[in-house]
Design a protein around this ligand. Structure first.
Ligand code: ZN
Length: 165
């Protein structure tokens, strides 16, 4: 959907619960990558706008792309920047394999949760492609209710994050 920030709520809650180990940047990147598909088809006026990236396979793929991309950026920052911030020290103290696993977890959570949440409201999706056509979950929750719930999740996630800091 074009309202990508609504998807960030669950990620903000996860970040509040595990501030040093949950990669919110990867979670957000996975969600943005998936919705580039919608922007592309909206721009070209072609329906349906939810195609391959709005399937569980597409979501997992974009989650992994985001995970490897953010991991690569982090490793580059650790190696190339001479600034020695607390964040840099934390990242340097963690083995690279663990950093990659953390990034992959956030990317996969972002990708799969995006497809699941979108499938609750978009009738043009085929989330189980290529194994099944159609979207049985579409319309199970009213769009305004879903947006409200996700907005509140994000809001309370920020409050929780600030409170736990
Ligand atoms: Zn979407």
């Amino acid at each position: 959907m074009p309202f990508t920030p609504f998807h960030f709520g669950p990620g903000i809650v996860a970040k509040a619960c595990a501030p040093h180990r949950f990669w919110l940047s990867t979670f957000v990147a996975a969600n943005v990558l998936i919705d580039l598909e919608v922007l592309y088809y909206l721009h070209h006026g072609e329906a349906p706008v939810h195609r391959y990236l709005h399937t569980y396979i597409g979501g997992v793929a974009m989650g992994l792309v985001a995970a490897f991309g953010m991991f690569a950026v982090t490793v580059l920052l650790i190696r190339c920047l001479s600034v020695d911030s607390r964040w840099m020290q934390e990242q340097r103290s963690v083995p690279k394999g663990k950093l990659l696993r953390e990034s992959m977890f956030a990317g996969l959570l972002g990708g799969v949760s995006h497809v699941l949440l979108d499938s609750l409201m978009h009738h043009d999706m085929n989330p189980l492609w290529p194994f099944a056509q159609g979207n049985a979950l579409a319309g199970t929750i009213e769009v305004g209710t879903l947006h409200g719930a996700l907005g509140l999740t994000g809001f309370f996630g920020v409050i929780l994050w600030l409170f736990l800091r």
